[in-house]
Design a protein around this ligand. Structure first.
Ligand code: UDP
Ligand code: MG
Length: 160
């Protein structure tokens, strides 16, 4: 409805989801995108992107003192990633559940990491850990004009 269109966008929660270089190399892009599509979230931004060391360091700045930080930056910059902005009420926490625990061996079967990965250092996907970080990360990875404002025909069949 017009109301839905009017009401959409800015205030709706968004999460920054990124398929890491191992996910791209292993041919898991379609599989991973599919899980968010099928769940019913709305895709607002999508690109294949080779990121700089600076951007990777900024994205993971909260982890800069961790011993694994240098190898993490090496991993994230080792090949193209798929950057995505997904939208929907509760998308941040729900995406974290769909993704599963940081260590894929501890991630539940049925989750992306639980089904598709075996090591923390090769855990195929990133998801924002809070709505504020969702905003921060989407602003960091996407330029103005790269996000699309649109409504899916499915929306009235997903939310009452
Ligand atoms: N990571 C790692 N070793 C660790 C912990 C984390 O290589 O002991 C990597 C891993 O790729 C992880 C990322 O750093 O996804 C960010 O860590 P965080 O604790 O934020 O996990 P996430 O939010 O991705 O589950
Ligand atoms: Mg994290």
């Amino acid at each position: 409805s017009m109301l839905t269109i009017w009401h959409s966008n800015m205030e709706v929660e968004q999460s920054y989801i990124m398929i890491k270089p191992d996910g791209v190399q292993r041919g898991l892009v379609g599989e991973i995108i599919s899980r968010f599509e099928k769940k019913g979230f709305l895709l607002k931004g999508l690109k294949l992107f080779q990121c700089s060391k600076d951007l990777a360091q900024e994205h993971y700045k909260d982890l800069k003192d961790k011993p694994f930080f240098p190898t993490l930056i090496e991993y994230i910059t080792s090949g193209p990633v798929v950057c995505m902005a997904w939208e929907g009420d509760g998308v941040v926490a729900s995406a974290r559940k769909l993704i599963g625990a940081t260590n894929p061996l501890q991630a539940e079967p049925g989750t992306i990491r639980g089904d598709l990965a075996v090591q923390t250092g090769r855990n195929v996907v990133h998801g924002s850990d809070s709505p504020d970080n969702g905003k921060r990360e989407i602003a960091l990875w996407f330029k103005e004009g790269e996000l699309c404002q649109w409504e899916s025909v499915q929306t009235p069949w997903l939310v009452e």
